[in-house]
Design a protein. Structure first.
Length: 254
């Protein structure tokens, strides 16, 4: 058996594989190469504007072959968190993904879930979330992501909206997606690899890189997606920075 630097690869989606509807140059071939190599690979995303089925369809439409069991989403993690605790959430989420919570009772909510609701982050909805939290409802958030890049522009992400409700209500959110170590551990646990012999690849220096490092997983930052020069200096740890997933896969498969 050939010696490898890593025993499993964790890949972020947006900004690593694609940017909106544009595939990052070389990403399709790089992912196909990893899948063909037999190296276990998991895809781990905080994206919450699409359902799991829509995400898989989007990936397929862009030419990526990914199995459902390889995909770990913060929306799924939020569902599990709520179901495990028998909570009735007020879902301040994108209308695309409302159906993902259809089987959970949402009458008289006793919890608040904030995902990337985009246009639905209006005063009435934010205020509802705030009022419930002030009355003692736990606050659940998909991630503290600051912004993401799509269709050539940077877009404000969910982090600031979660912070706003935290600030107003004095309730601290539980983050279920990246950078939560528990989320990384769920993806890790689906492989037999030792965390120290995994590699997380992402374009978000906080959510992907710092989050993985804090979970005990080596990480590498790509200069695609939301990456901006100087991002590598925004967290204290040292880690490799590569041009794109193409180079990251080279690192993983040597
Ligand atoms: Mg990303």
């Amino acid at each position: 058996m050939e010696a490898r630097m890593v025993d499993a690869l964790l890949l972020d989606l947006s900004g690593v594989l694609y940017d909106g509807d544009d595939v990052i140059p070389g990403a399709r071939v790089a992912v196909a190469r990893v899948q063909a190599s037999g190296l276990p690979v998991r895809f781990i995303t905080n994206t919450s504007r699409k359902t799991r089925a829509q995400l898989l369809a989007h990936l397929r439409a862009l030419g990526f072959e990914i199995e459902g069991e390889q995909l770990f989403t913060a929306v799924d993690a939020a569902r599990q968190w709520l179901l495990q605790r028998n909570l009735r959430p007020y879902c301040l989420v994108h209308r695309n993904i409302l159906g993902e919570f259809d089987d959970i009772d949402q009458r008289e909510p006793d919890a608040v879930l904030i995902a990337d609701a985009a246009e639905d982050f209006n005063y009435a909805n934010m205020n509802r979330a705030f009022q419930l939290c002030l009355e003692g409802a736990p606050l659940l958030g998909v991630g503290y992501n600051r912004y993401f890049k799509s269709g050539g522009e940077v877009l404000m992400d969910v982090g600031a909206f979660i912070r706003a409700v935290e600030f107003a209500s004095g309730v601290e959110a539980t983050i279920v997606g990246k950078p939560s170590a528990e989320f990384f551990h769920q993806a890790m646990a689906s492989t037999t690899a030792d965390p120290q012999r995994m590699l997380m690849v992402g374009d978000d220096v906080f959510g992907d890189v710092e989050g993985a490092l804090n979970a005990g997983i080596p990480a590498c930052l790509v200069r695609t997606g939301k990456y901006r020069p100087g991002d590598e200096d925004r967290v204290a740890e040292d880690f490799p920075v590569v041009d794109s997933i193409v180079e990251a896969v080279e690192l993983a498969l040597v």
